[in-house]
Design a protein around this ligand. Sequence first.
Ligand code: SAM
Length: 670
Amino acid sequence: MSFTKLKAARQAKQSHSYVTPTSQHSESSASANSSSALPSDAPAPEPERQIAEPAKITVPEDGGPKLYTSLPSYLEIRTSPTSGRGLWTTRGCSAGQILLAAKPHAAALSNDRLGQHCSQCFDAGVKRCTKCQIVFYCDSACQTLDWPLHKHECAALQRIAASGETTLPSDAIRCLGRILWGRRRAGVASIWTREIDGLQSHTTTAASRSESQLHTHLALALVRYLGLSSPAEIAAFGIESGRELAALVSKFTTNTFTVTDPALAPLGAGVAPSIALINHACEPNAVVVVPRASVNGEGDKNAVARAKMEPLMQVVALRDIGAGEEILTAYIDTTLPRAQRRAALRETYHFECECILCGSSGSGSTASLGNDNKIADVEVDPRSAVWCPKQCGGMCPAPTDDTPLSRCAKCRAPLHKTDEVLDAVRVGCEALEKAEALQFTDPDYALRLTTNLLPILSSAGLTPGSHPLLGLARLHSALLIAGLASPQSDFSQSATPAGSPSTLAPAPPPTAADAQASLDAAIRAAAQVVAGLDMVLRYGHPVRGIARAELGRLLAVDESAPSAPDAGASPSSSSSSSTLPSANPAVLRADPPRFPPSGAPRLRLALDMLVHARAELCVGFGAANEGGAVGRAVREDIVRIERELGVWRKALGEGIRDAREEERGRMGRS
Ligand SMILES: C[S@@+](CC[C@H](N)C(=O)[O-])C[C@H]1O[C@@H](n2cnc3c(N)ncnc32)[C@H](O)[C@@H]1O
């Protein structure tokens, strides 16, 4: 397996909204032609959560044409006093089932992807628009399909270039431009426009003056991008006033999804009104993904038609969902602790999250002190936890400035090193923020930060799922994998103190041993990420599946074929080495395994990892999608590794036979 392939699979953070960095609306929809029908015999588990008794909407409030026709019959729009409209299922659904699929009404690649991807279907772009020279397409069919919108965009981009402006408008502005040109084309009375107009806005409830200013600023930039010389000209788009335009911008910020590639790397922004009806929970029962259609061999007649539906957003059930339950997805990164999640939701979506994880009685809430200064008996949120100081295997809630006292929820041992944990979390958060900002412009420096901070957080006792340890580990792993692709950089030995600027002296080409050490370091980092994600995300979450696939592929990289028999390396007797090292120090102390192993046990571990990854991908990216493009690629990897393990078995068998014959010969001679 090549390093380049691994780099391409570099994982991005999951998230939902598009304008502010803290938020990214993303994840879900079902292929229009396929698996969205629910099996009639599907089990109907008990609902886990209801916000309020909702009212069912049977006809549009204004009596106009029926909207959201892409919704399957078993999904209903209902309203609740706390969260407004939402989607509810009337039938039981099973984990991995595609609940809803929709091509966004409008979608725009982000600026840094424009040169590599098709602006219509978001696949690889190879054909440049000869007029604007900025936008690419995969073929002329996609170009023709996009022309009704791109002809306006093309003129706007050419106008900008002619004015001497060297930077492109922001991704948000380009997507809003597509919405407005689409609106003018469809007409104000069309279902298309009515669904856009029906999106929830927060202009009246917008919490902050700064957000209103952001909306106004975006609205003005949009007017410039559209090439309008007077506010009156906006009327051609069915927008009557500046206030209405600002409301459209607010709808955009509240309802836009990040369109991702099949490995969850962000590609751009999209607005899909039916999917935007889904409300948020930090422990969601569904997820929005863009798994990309499968092609059933070269003779697949529907392949072209399906490709034109891309980027198709799909909502996939993460667990069995009972009839009468609300479908809920996560708008934000749910690996973050409660305070950060709630702040992000407040800032972009203007609500106080009271979901099962955030609510005062939620199991994810941090421990609180009673009057007697004892920790209340609450479950520990693994996003903010420290291993038991007595290493009993239990966890303590991570101390905070407000609640510095903590004890193990299992054995009640008190946590003494409060200051060490508080300091580690503080410097870890600062380093994570800095490293994230620098990861593309100065990856060496970002890597030094993560390399230096990870041991500090681990030795303070933070669990792998804890913030900011998990965030740093994810970034560290991504940077190491990116480093593997460029042979001149070997980051694994990096020990420059945090805070030093990076020195870019040309490094000598790595030796084979250096390359192996770098690969092993990347494997250990990826394993730490998997351990952390397992603690905080539900089985089948796409982020978990992608992380496991990445680890499995790293383990399978260039593992050389057997040259000599090694009795300890039997591919079938690898149970002790085919598991990850435990993240729990209590277990580590008892039996520290060598990780990663080499030879056949390493391949066996890769195989186990990929089989597990595929099972999770088939949930998070949809069973009918076979786990999306990554799930299908992993299936091929599994077949290849099984073949390689067969070679190992054969070589080992021959080696053992030779050794026995030699032994018999020696005994015969003596
Ligand atoms: C993408 S829209 C979801 C659909 C929206 N409820 C509607 O009526 O169109 C996001 C907005 O819905 C509301 N919302 C979503 N999830 C919520 C929740 N868990 N609690 C309260 N409000 C929520 C917030 O106002 C948020 O800005």
